[in-house]
Design a protein around this ligand. Structure first.
Ligand SMILES: [Zn+2]
Length: 835
C-alpha cells in the first residue's frame, strides 16, 4: 500500500514539475471561506465539462474591468477553462467601504475578485503591476509599471494557462480606453500574445516548466458604454444571455452576483435576463468569423488516445443518477486510471484534477482540518482538529493524514454517515515563515511589486499557512485531497465561519500615531505598542532607530506593553525622517513588524505585516482655530492628521447636526464623498448654511457627481462637480489669487508647499462656478488645458464656504508638509486677523 501512495505522489510531483505549481492543484475550496459543497446538479454540469478541452483568458487592468457575464457564459455554458488576468489588484482606486488605500485596498480587492470568481466560475490571475492611480497615458502606465517586467508576467501566465483564445476588454488606443492602465493592458496582451509563442522571448521562464505557447487568436471584446460605442454589426457577435437550467440562472444573473462582490468600489449591477450580445474583433492570429473558438479543437480529439476517454465520459453522463451520484464512482475511478495512461500533457493534468474533484463530490465525502484560533505564533504549540465523514456509503479508507512535519498512518475505513474526528498536537516551528501575501514580501518599486519566487507570479494569492493532505483510497484507488488548515468558529449572528490561519512573529509592534507632525517647535507625545503574540515568556527590549532630529524621552511607565514617549524637535528647520522599532532578544537584533488586519463580512479576514515605521515631520505650520467638527464620509484618515496639527476634532453624526449645535466649531469639514454616502447630509443644508452665515467655515472635500443631472446642494451658490482630475502629482501650480488669505495666512504658501505630493493633485474638481466663488489655484496635466476648480472659496454672510478636490485625504496621512500648511490656512479662513 505505501508503494501505491508513493507512485501516486511521484505522479503528482511530476505533474507539478511539468506544469509548474499551484494553480493546477488548488482544490475547489476557497480558503478563508466556508467550504463550498457541490450539488448533484452541479456535478452533472462538471461531468459535461470533462468533455470540453478549451480555454479562454480574459485580460484587462483592474478589478471590475472584467466582463462578468461573458466570463460566466464561457465558464458555465461553454464549459471552457476560463481565466481573468488583471494587470493590477486595484490598489489605486477609491474605497467605498473603509479608509484603506494603496496596497491595503489591493488586498481587499484581491479577495473581492476571488469571491466574484467563485460565483462566475473563472480563475483569477494578476501581474506584479501596481495600480498607482488614474493616468491619462498608455506610455506613463507602461513606464511606471516597468514594461518588460509586466510583459514577462503576462507571457508567464499565458504560458502556464495555455489559452486557446485571449480576449482583451480594451483597445490599445488610449482615446477609446479612458485610462492609461486600460490601453496599456491591451498593448501588453498583444505583445504577450506574440512573445509567449516565441522561444527567444523570456527564455529564463522555461526552466520553471513552461513551454512557448501560441494562442489561436487575440480578440477585443468591443463595448457600448453609452457615449462610447465601439461595437458594430460587422463584428463577430455571440449571445451570452442564455439561461442555465442546471444552475437555475441566466448568465446575466450570475454576472450580477459576481459583480456585486466588488463592494469596495460599489460596482454592483442589476440582474439581466434574456438575449445579450457580445461583440468581438480580431486583433491578431486567425480571424474569427462566426465564433471565438472557430478552428480550435475543443474535444478529446486534440489528445492522442482521447477518443476512448470521450466515450467513457459520454457513458458517465448517460448513466448519471441525480439522486445517487455515488453510482458513478466506479466509472470515474476507471476513467481516472485510463487517463493516467495518456501521454503527459496540459489537458491530461487538468482533467485528472477535475475527475478527482468529481470522485470526491460523488462520494459525499467531507474532510476538514481546523484550529481553535485564527493566529498562531512561531514556536507555539498548535492542536489540529480533523473531521471526516462518508455520507454516501462509498468504499472509503483514510490511509494517512499529513500536516506540517506530522504524517499519521490511519488505515481507517469510513463507515456510512459516521463522523470520524481526531486531534493532532504539533508545534509551529520557530523557523516557519510568517503569513505574508507573496507580493508584499519584498520592498516594492514605485510602480510594481517585487517577487523573488517566479513560480508564484500570476497567482491571485499566497498558499495558506498550512495544508493538510488526506491520503484516501476510494474503491481501492488512492487519491490525495488537500485542505487548508483553517480557523473555524461560530458567530451567533453570522453563523459558522471559516477564516484563514495566520502565522505571527513572536512580537509585533507599532507606533501610534504613525505620522508625527511637529509644528512650530512644539513637543509631541507618541506611543509604542508592542505585543507578545506567543505563549513564550518574552520581555521585549525595544529600541527606536534614527531619532537624531528630536529630543526623545520615555514618558512615565509602560501600560500593557504601551510605552509613551515625548519628543521635541532639535532644529527648527524642516525635516522628514523615519524610525522603526527594533527588538533585542537574547543578544539578537531584529526589526519588529506591525500586524495589520482588515476585516469585512463579504471577504475572509486579511492579515499582512508591514514595517513598524513612523514618519516624523518637522515643519512650520501655524494654525488658527481650535475645535473642528468632522463629518466622516466614505472613510479617510484626515481626522487623525488634524489632531496631529493640534486641533480638537469632534466627529459629527446626523443627530449632532441640530440648530445651534454648530456654533462651537471653528470649522466644519466634510470627509471625502460625505454627500455621496449620507443621504441625510443634503437635509442638513439649511443648518450648515446658517452656520456659515453666522461666521462659520464649511470645508467640503471632494464628492462624486454620480447624482446624474440633479446638482448636489452643497454650497451657498451653485457650482457643479466635474470629472476633472489632475493625475500628475508634480503638476505645476499657479496662484490665481496670490493675495488671497488662503495662500497667506497664517502660513505663507509657496511653490515649495506643493513638492513631495503623492499619487495625484486632485479629483472631482468644481466646475460651472457661480460668480460668487473665487478659484484660487490653476494646474494642468501634461498636454491638457488649465483646470481651475481644485480649490474654490466663497464669502457667505459672516463666514466662508470652501470646496476642494485637492487630495488632502492622501497627502495628510502621507505626511506631506505643504498639505498641512495649506489645510491650516483653509481652516483659518474665517479668522480675519491679519487680513
Ligand atoms: Zn479599469
Amino acid at each position: 500500500m505505501p508503494s501505491c501512495i508513493f507512485i501516486k505522489n511521484r505522479l503528482m510531483r511530476r505533474i507539478i514539475v511539468l506544469f509548474g505549481i499551484h494553480f493546477f492543484l488548488l482544490s475547489v475550496f476557497l480558503y478563508g471561506q466556508t467550504p463550498q459543497t457541490i450539488s448533484s446538479a452541479e456535478i452533472f454540469l462538471r461531468l459535461r465539462k470533462l468533455n470540453v478541452l478549451g480555454s479562454v483568458l480574459y485580460v484587462a487592468a483592474h478589478p471590475d474591468d472584467e466582463n462578468s457575464r461573458l466570463i460566466a457564459y464561457l465558464a458555465k455554458e461553454r464549459l471552457y477553462r476560463t481565466g481573468y488576468l488583471s494587470m493590477t489588484r486595484g490598489d489605486g482606486g477609491q474605497n467605498l467601504i473603509g479608509d484603506e488605500q494603496g496596497v491595503e485596498l489591493g488586498l481587499i480587492r484581491t479577495q473581492e475578485m476571488l469571491a466574484a470568481r467563485s460565483i462566475d466560475g473563472a480563475e483569477q490571475f494578476f501581474t506584479r503591476a501596481f495600480d498607482f492611480g488614474f493616468t491619462k497615458s498608455t506610455e506613463e502606465a507602461l513606464k511606471t509599471w516597468d514594461k518588460e517586467k509586466i510583459l514577462s508576467d503576462v507571457v508567464w501566465v499565458i504560458r502556464r494557462f495555455q489559452p486557446d483564445v485571449i480576449i482583451t476588454r480594451f483597445p490599445e488606443e488610449f482615446k477609446m480606453a479612458f485610462h492609461g492602465h486600460h490601453s496599456a493592458s491591451a498593448v501588453l496582451a498583444h505583445e504577450a500574445f506574440v512573445a509567449a509563442a516565441d522561444p527567444t522571448k523570456f527564455p529564463e521562464q522555461f526552466k520553471y516548466g513552461v513551454q512557448p505557447w501560441k494562442a489561436k487568436r487575440l480578440l477585443w471584446n468591443t463595448f457600448n458604454f453609452g457615449t462610447n460605442n465601439t461595437t458594430s454589426e460587422e463584428q463577430m457577435k455571440i449571445d451570452v444571455g442564455a439561461y442555465n437550467a442546471i444552475l437555475g440562472k441566466s448568465y446575466g444573473e450570475i454576472a450580477a452576483e459576481s459583480r456585486t462582490q466588488h463592494k469596495s468600489q460599489g460596482a454592483a449591477l442589476p440582474r439581466t435576463r434574456g438575449q445579450a450580445l457580445e461583440y468581438f474583433t480580431t486583433i491578431a492570429g486567425d480571424k474569427a468569423g462566426a465564433d471565438l473558438m472557430e478552428g480550435v479543437p475543443t474535444t478529446w480529439d486534440r489528445i492522442d488516445g482521447g477518443k476512448k476517454i470521450q466515450q467513457m465520459i459520454e457513458e458517465l453522463i448517460r448513466n448519471y443518477s441525480l439522486s445517487n451520484p455515488e453510482k458513478s464512482i466506479s466509472n470515474l475511478v476507471s476513467l481516472y486510471e485510463t487517463m493516467t495512461k495518456l501521454k503527459d500533457s496540459y489537458w491530461k493534468s487538468q482533467k485528472l484534477k477535475e475527475v478527482q474533484q468529481l470522485v470526491e463530490a460523488c462520494s459525499g465525502l467531507w474532510f476538514e482540518a481546523t484550529v481553535h484560533n485564527g493566529y498562531m505564533a512561531q514556536g507555539d504549540p498548535m492542536q489540529v482538529n480533523i473531521s471526516m465523514i462518508n455520507r454516501l456509503n462509498t468504499n472509503v479508507t483514510v490511509k494517512s493524514i499529513a500536516v506540517g512535519n506530522i504524517d499519521t498512518t490511519l488505515n481507517q475505513l469510513l463507515a456510512f454517515n459516521k463522523t470520524y474526528s481526531l486531534s493532532e498536537n504539533m508545534a509551529v516551528p520557530a523557523t516557519k515563515t510568517i503569513t505574508q501575501p507573496y507580493w508584499l514580501q519584498e520592498e516594492m518599486s514605485a510602480g510594481s511589486f517585487n517577487v523573488k519566487d517566479q513560480s508564484v507570479i500570476g497567482d491571485a494569492q499566497s498558499k495558506p499557512a498550512y495544508e493538510v493532505q488526506f491520503r484516501i483510497a476510494i474503491n481501492e484507488k488512492d487519491f490525495t485531497f488537500t485542505r487548508p488548515l483553517q480557523y473555524k468558529f461560530l458567530d451567533p449572528v453570522r453563523g459558522e465561519l471559516y477564516q484563514p490561519l495566520t502565522i505571527l512573529p513572536a512580537v509585533t509592534g507599532q507606533f501610534d500615531p504613525e505620522t508625527i507632525i511637529f509644528t512650530s517647535n512644539k513637543g509631541k507625545t507618541f506611543d509604542i505598542r508592542t505585543k507578545n503574540q506567543s505563549l513564550r515568556n518574552i520581555e521585549p527590549k525595544v529600541s527606536l532607530t534614527a531619532m537624531n532630529d528630536v529630543d526623545v524621552k520615555k514618558d512615565g511607565n509602560a501600560h500593557n506593553a504601551t510605552l509613551s514617549y515625548s519628543a521635541r524637535p532639535l532644529k527648527k528647520e524642516s525635516a522628514v525622517f523615519y524610525s522603526t522599532l527594533v527588538l533585542e532578544e537574547q543578544g539578537k537584533m531584529d526589526s519588529i513588524k506591525e500586524l495589520k488586519t482588515l476585516s469585512y463580512d463579504h471577504i475572509p479576514r486579511i492579515d499582512y505585516f508591514r514595517s513598524s515605521r513612523a514618519k516624523f515631520v518637522i515643519t512650520d505650520v501655524q494654525t488658527e482655530g481650535k475645535r473642528i467638527g468632522y463629518i466622516e464620509g466614505a472613510g479617510d484618515r484626515v481626522p487623525e492628521a488634524l489632531q496631529q496639527m493640534g486641533y480638537e476634532v469632534v466627529l459629527l453624526k446626523e443627530k449632532d447636526i441640530v440648530a445651534g449645535s454648530l456654533k462651537q466649531f471653528d470649522a466644519i469639514i466634510a470627509g471625502v464623498r460625505a454627500y455621496d454616502v449620507h443621504e441625510w447630509l443634503s437635509g442638513k443644508y439649511d443648518m450648515l448654511m446658517d452656520y456659515v452665515r453666522e461666521g462659520g467655515n464649511l470645508i467640503v472635500q471632494y464628492n462624486r457627481n454620480n447624482m446624474g443631472t440633479a446638482r448636489l446642494k452643497i454650497g451657498p451658490y451653485p457650482f457643479s462637480i466635474s470629472n476633472t482630475r489632475i493625475t500628475d502629482e508634480q503638476a505645476k501650480i499657479s496662484f490665481l489669487q496670490p493675495a488671497h488669505a488662503v495662500l497667506n495666512y497664517p502660513n505663507k504658501i509657496t511653490g515649495r508647499d506643493f513638492e513631495g505630493w503623492v499619487q495625484e493633485r486632485g479629483i472631482y474638481f468644481a466646475g460651472q462656478l457661480d460668480s460668487s466663488y473665487q478659484a484660487i489655484l490653476s494646474m494642468h496635466d501634461p498636454g491638457e488645458a488649465e483646470q481651475k476648480g481644485s480649490l474654490i472659496v466663497a464669502d457667505y454672510g459672516k463666514g466662508k464656504f470652501v470646496y476642494t478636490g485637492l487630495v488632502f485625504f492622501r497627502e495628510l496621512p502621507a505626511g506631506v508638509p505643504g498639505a498641512y500648511r495649506l489645510f491650516a490656512n483653509i481652516i483659518a479662513l474665517n479668522h480675519k486677523r491679519g487680513f
